[in-house]
Design a protein around this ligand. Structure first.
Ligand SMILES: [Zn+2]
Length: 260
């Protein structure tokens, strides 16, 4: 089978204010790094990763064999990362890099499901989140703690909470019912999902983050089983599509156990 073709494109920003965002992405080779994940798979057709201006829309998506990330989204995340009130458990760099990597991996989840015709039982948005978290924990091991702190901080901001301290103090209050109609889980559910998966993966390493986030004991007690379920699904559904060299390098422990 020919090598998969993954192309990266940085479009010129329409809004001059996004030039520094483009420079930052280029300098960190964000698209090239994100494309490494997709190159692990034996993809049946070419895939394009694109960064572009979206006329003010803060968004990212996978459509027509392209993963697009808007400069507006990166600018938004950069703004949150630079907030002087950012708590000390997350660094500026992690607050920027975590959500950007997570977004690429989340959209990558959608792309992989589509390209490889992977069956998804349940909400595809949650499944794409779990692919992203699983890959961060297993493939970006050394940086995963910081990345996850950055992702959690971004979701807290999206929920208007900003810090664990405020999250702990939240009790009831008015809720816009239509929030729950969204195809994505709510930002705070996504906080607890990623914390639970991290805790299930390594309860010692992620304990400090769990304590800060006050993952309730009744959820925490089941996180190991939740992680094992995601691990089983990943190994059963996705690992068989990995390039053999990538498999040996990244998942040596599952090389022989991977279903054929
Ligand atoms: Zn999605």
């Amino acid at each position: 089978m020919p090598a998969p073709v993954v192309t990266t494109i940085y479009e010129a920003p329409k809004n001059p204010a996004h030039q520094p965002v483009l420079d930052r992405l280029r300098e960190r080779q964000a698209l090239e790094k994100a494309s490494e994940f997709y190159r692990l798979f034996r993809l049946p057709r070419p895939l394009t990763l694109k960064a572009k201006g979206c006329d003010g829309e803060i968004d990212a998506w996978f459509e027509n064999d392209e993963i697009t990330i808007c400069y507006e989204y990166v600018a938004y995340v950069l703004d949150i990362a630079r907030n002087p009130k950012r708590p000390d458990w997350v660094s500026e760099n992690d607050a920027l890099v975590g959500p950007v990597i997570d977004l690429f991996l989340h959209e990558g989840g959608h792309a992989i499901f589509d390209y490889l015709k992977v069956p998804v039982l349940g909400n595809e948005e949650d499944a794409a989140d779990f692919v992203a978290s699983y890959v961060e924990l297993n493939l970006y091991k050394a940086d995963a703690y910081g990345l996850i702190a950055g992702i959690v901080y971004c979701y807290l901001n999206e929920a208007g909470v900003h810090s664990f301290k405020r999250l702990r103090r939240m009790r009831g209050g008015p809720v816009d019912g239509q929030t729950f109609a969204d195809v994505h889980s709510t930002p705070l559910q996504r906080v607890y999902n990623v914390l639970c998966l991290a805790y299930g993966y390594d309860p010692v390493r992620y304990k400090a983050l769990i304590d800060k986030g006050v993952l309730p004991a009744e959820r925490a007690s089941g996180c190991k089983v939740e992680y094992e379920q995601v691990d089983y699904a990943f190994k059963t559904l996705l690992v068989p599509h990995l390039d053999q060299a990538a498999l040996a390098r990244l998942f040596p422990q599952v090389n022989s156990a991977a279903p054929k």
